[in-house]
Design a protein around this ligand. Structure first.
Ligand code: ADP
Ligand code: ZN
Ligand code: ZN
Length: 731
């Protein structure tokens, strides 16, 4: 029997339960105990499992007969809200917009500890201070307990928290326990740190204009594009804004693409503002991440910095959101709850009625469109703040050139000259490993991954073949597995090969390789970067990793080994990304006194888009692509979603997608496909998709919800893994 059941004054809790289902679930309040508030965690029975859900709505009726509803059990912290009303509104918007299971979206916003049945709300962070008795003990000198006395001396000037004490020395906990037992030290809830601002440089006119415009309109929603070439002083503008917002008693949330590359920014903030940002990202230990969440919730930290996952940190007194390198593809989550952190951040700012700043040297076409249509405020910084010149470009035609490890003789000559002048060179190649494929020169066998449509990369140092798509690895065969010939050779070059070649060619100069294989351990990147910054002539080799965040002022020559693939890619965003990478890599160079030069090696020196990029710069390049998108109605001039499906068998995938397409009821959008994914097989699964396109986001949204309901009822839906991706970034 269906229909509305009124529950005579009894409240119904609508609970987001972390299961991959499209609905909320109805429960009754605890048998004895108060009704949990919105945002409270509750323990629910779900089938045979007990899970932590979050109350996201209160209702006075249910479609389910109340007789058949279960009561929740209160979580230990059941009387307080883990998520505040504004976050619940945001999450609700997000699960509707991205058509993702509400329970998973909501659970994703809790710190990992609080997602678990056994998880406890963390204690507020404590600060340890000397008592009067402690001061007296300190006066008496070390005596027979020098370590304890040392600790007292540490705490003499100001209280310290666990984090600071860990930095002081290992084994501080037992010492602390002893001095507390003696009554010399007491624990207090740590107060929020206070600003202690060091003066920065005087803003130039472009910076000042941006700062005045953004800083003069705090307290209401505006989306600002801070469009500034690398080195134009965007960070300086952030710092002034952060200071201003914190002084007004509000909090700032800073989002960055990758935490490993952010050390410089964190140090700079700490030095300038006198307070370290509370840093949150998914690689943090669970306890630390939860502690940061707790501080943010309590309003005990005015400044938070993190990656995509930090977007949902609670803000007690929100004042400003800053997204640095806002064009970066890593702001899009590509699996599970697929969302654009950039778009959700803008939505969050709008809902909180606070400003958001999107900073970048290479705005995405979507952002540029919003800026040129006047939806975003557009602030341009076109000069380097230090007065350094912009790097100049030189295109090297690779046709009929002899090439070693990917480098032409001309490029090698120019590198030699630069090193000879005592300067540094950066070689950019976005391909790890020794060679992208291992070939048999007798029979043509090549090392392909048996689970993906891809070759396995030869990692010579590790003597293995590794698939960069599914992680599969195996030993390098000694002889050809097909014809047994001793004729296996690598084809093409990766960073590892570049390194061993350049080591021989320029043996008297130090060489630093930056890629995920070389800087796997935490802190290694920073250590290498530090050595490079000491300024002696050297060669840097790097992947994408070097295109982000870090500045190497002594680099005066950048060599881009190969980006030709992007010029003729089937992905309509490939050209945009190529332009962004080129500008970002180029921006690493020549920041100090010496101007920089960038060399692009290509087989297509006359490509009109390259020409445009080099002659007119990124903005004109991007606007021209935007115009092309307008003519063929691609995003942002239309809205897209994909329905992705994958399974071990191609049949299952195709049957499902064909049925799904038939189930589409229109009007409003067009469904195209099924198409194979750009890499059809990955990790042993066949992947296809349907493309849904509409003239606006509103039309797309209106057609998606009923369609997805129909898809869920398809028989074939059980034979595949499927998901919808709204505003997809890859295919
Ligand atoms: P971006 O974030 O745009 O790459 P930064 O803020 O890091 O730029 O600034 C680049 C360099 O210029 C830094 O060394 C910074 O200290 C310096 N700088 C920034 N603004 C000014 C200014 N107004 N006057 C002098 N130097 C500045
Ligand atoms: Zn062979
Ligand atoms: Zn693979």
């Amino acid at each position: 029997m269906r229909g509305m059941h009124s529950s005579s004054g009894q409240s119904i809790l609508k609970v987001a339960v972390p299961v991959p289902l499209a609905s909320l679930f109805d429960y009754l309040p605890p048998v004895d105990g108060p009704v949990p508030p919105l945002g409270a965690r509750v323990m629910v029975r779900f089938g045979r499992r007990r899970l932590i859900g979050v109350v996201v709505q209160h209702a006075d009726s249910s479609q389910v007969d109340p007789e058949r509803l279960h009561h929740v059990e209160p979580a230990p912290d059941g009387e307080r809200a883990a998520l505040d009303a504004s976050l619940i509104d945001l999450l609700q918007w997000a699960w509707r917009y991205y058509h993702h299971a509400p329970g998973e979206v909501v659970s994703n916003a809790l710190p990992p500890t609080l997602r678990k049945v056994s998880g406890k709300w963390p204690d507020a962070e404590r600060e340890y201070r000397l008592t009067t008795a402690g001061r007296e003990r300190l006066e008496q000198g070390a005596g027979r307990a020098p370590a304890q006395w040392d600790l007292l001396r540490q705490l003499a000037d100001a209280g310290m928290g666990a984090q600071a004490l860990s930095g002081w020395r290992d084994g501080w906990r037992p010492l602390l326990r002893k001095v507390m037992q003696s009554g010399w030290v007491e624990a207090l809830t740590a107060p929020p740190p206070a600003l202690d601002v060091k003066p920065g440089p005087q803003l130039n006119s472009e910076q000042k204009q941006a700062f005045d415009a953004i800083g003069g309109a705090l307290g209401a929603f505006h989306c600002h594009l801070l469009d500034g070439v690398t080195g134009s002083g965007k960070t300086e503008v952030y710092l002034r804004l952060i200071e201003k917002v914190i002084r007004s008693g509000r909090q700032v949330l800073v989002l960055v693409p990758e935490i490993g590359l952010t050390t410089q920014l964190i140090d700079r903030m700490t030095r300038r503002l006198g307070i370290p940002p509370a840093v949150s990202h998914s690689a943090l230990a669970e306890g630390e991440r939860t502690a940061v969440w707790e501080r943010a919730q309590r309003g005990a930290t005015p400044l938070m910095l993190g990656t995509r996952s930090a977007l949902f940190l609670p803000l007690r007194a929100p004042g400003l959101i800053i997204m640095d390198e806002s064009h970066d593809p890593s702001f899009k989550q590509q699996d599970g709850f697929r969302f654009s952190a950039r778009d959700v951040a803008v939505k969050r700012a709008a809902m909180l009625d606070i400003p958001i700043v999107l900073g970048t040297a290479t705005p995405s076409l979507e952002t540029l469109h919003n800026a040129s249509s006047g939806k975003y405020h557009w602030h341009r910084l076109r000069r380097r703040a230090t007065g350094a010149a912009q790097p100049s470009w030189r295109v090297l035609d690779l046709k009929q050139q002899s090439v070693t490890a990917g480098l032409s003789e001309r490029a090698l000559d120019l590198m030699g000259e630069t090193l000879g002048r005592g300067e540094q060179v950066l070689v950019f190649l976005n391909r790890r490993g020794y060679a992208p494929v291992l070939l048999c020169h007798d029979c043509g066998w090549h090392g392909a991954c048996h689970r993906c449509d891809a070759n396995m990369t030869w990692h010579r140092g590790e003597r293995s073949l590794v698939c960069h798509h599914c992680g599969h690895r195996k030993a390098v065969p000694r002889f050809c597995p097909e014809c047994r010939a001793d004729a296996l050779q690598g084809a093409g070059a990766g960073t590892e090969q570049l390194e061993s070649f350049l080591e021989r060619r320029f043996s008297s100069f130090p060489l630093y390789r930056f890629d995920r294989d070389a800087v796997r351990r935490k802190g290694v990147f920073e250590q290498l970067a530090q050595e490079v910054r000491n300024g002696r002539p050297a060669i840097l080799i790097g992947t994408q990793m070097l295109a982000k965040g870090h500045h190497f002022p002594r680099v005066t020559l950048v060599v881009i080994v190969d980006l030709d693939q992007a010029l003729y890619s089937a992905d309509f965003r490939a050209m945009e990304r190529m332009g962004q990478v080129m500008i970002q890599v180029a921006g690493r160079s020549g920041r100090a006194e010496q101007p920089g030069e960038v060399i692009l090696q290509t087989h297509h020196p006359d490509h009109p888009m390259l020409d445009l990029l080099f002659r007119e710069g990124y903005e004109r390049f991007a606007l021209s692509m935007l115009e092309e998108r307008r003519m063929v109605s691609l995003p942002p001039y239309s809205a897209q979603a994909t329905l992705r499906a994958e399974a071990a068998s191609r049949d299952a995938v195709q049957t499902f997608l064909v049925d799904a397409r038939k189930a589409y009821q229109g009007p409003g959008a067009h469904v195209h496909g099924p198409f194979p994914a750009l890499m059809e097989r990955r990790g042993g699964r066949v992947r296809w998709y349907l493309l849904v396109q509409a003239s606006s986001r509103g039309r797309l949204q209106a057609s998606l919800a009923p369609w997805l309901d129909a898809i869920r009822r398809l028989r074939g839906a059980r034979n595949v893994r499927w998901a919808v991706d709204v505003d997809p970034q890859d295919f």
